[in-house]
Design a protein around this ligand. Structure first.
Ligand code: SF4
Length: 248
């Protein structure tokens, strides 16, 4: 570990979300020691008062208020959008575990996304969340490239974690993001994991739509042939627009 740690009090763990597939998000920490080079959440730093680099600080969020489960009825919830809820500090503080314990009786769809195999520690609770999907984020099988890009678990640890979750009866997702054009070997990743992943979600925001349209077509043909379920979130902006229009 080695980041600057600070405990902070939050009024409410639930935050309303504009993400296409979730009504609420929970971010148990501020900052993220996984320090991915491509991290989209670095903008958060300017709201924190921290002077350290992204990845070198972590605020641990405590709350005196129980999560309002009524608010979540029939909704979707995502952990986490601007941190990794299973970053290494979770093994010390257990904030995510405590939040999940509170969510056991919630009537809502929950998605957890992580780059860490620490998630398997909580299989006992995860099994008690009936509307749960757990996504392991992986965009390469090349361990050297992976370790250049992030400080999460190794490729092998993530693959092992998906397998353990799947064997425990938990709905697993492979979250392939970002896709590095001409580097991410998406087909190899899918072939490696197709027996232990229940759904594929691929998310990326990129201006070069021709590349993504082509990839989407190939992906569709491949998935149809291999009888794999997948969700295409390539056009994230468009999905957000559709959601805003739908909700007025
Ligand atoms: S795990 Fe997610 S939030 Fe954490 S540094 Fe990587 S991209 Fe950013």
């Amino acid at each position: 570990m080695g980041a600057i740690e600070k405990k902070i009090l939050t009024k409410d763990y639930l935050t309303k979300s504009n993400l296409p597939a979730s009504d609420y998000v929970v971010n148990p920490y501020v900052g993220c020691p996984h320090a991915c080079k491509y991290c989209y959440a670095r903008f958060m730093k300017r709201f924190t008062g921290h002077t350290e680099a992204w990845g070198d600080f972590i605020d641990i969020k405590y709350s005196n208020k129980p999560i309002n489960l009524k608010k979540l009825k029939g909704k979707s919830l995502f952990l986490s959008s601007v941190t990794d809820c299973y970053n290494p500090y979770e093994s010390k503080y257990g904030i995510t575990r405590n939040i999940l314990e509170q969510l056991v009786d919630a009537d809502c769809r929950i998605t957890i996304s992580t780059k860490s195999d620490l998630v398997v520690r909580d299989i006992d609770i995860l099994k008690r969340l009936p509307q749960l999907k757990v996504a392991l984020s992986l965009n390469t099988l090349d361990e050297q490239f992976r370790s250049d890009m992030d400080k999460g678990s190794t490729v092998l640890q993530r693959l092992k974690a998906i397998e353990q979750l799947h064997e425990a009866g938990i709905y697993t997702v492979l979250f392939m993001s970002p896709i590095f054009p001409y580097i991410t070997e998406w087909q190899k990743i899918m072939e490696t994991t197709k027996n232990i992943v229940d759904e594929y979600s691929e998310i990326y925001i990129h201006k070069d739509n021709a590349y993504w349209a082509d990839l989407a077509k190939t992906l569709h043909e491949y998935c149809e042939k291999a009888q794999l379920n997948y969700v295409n979130f390539f056009y994230h902006d468009e999905l957000v627009r559709q959601k805003v229009n739908k909700n007025g």
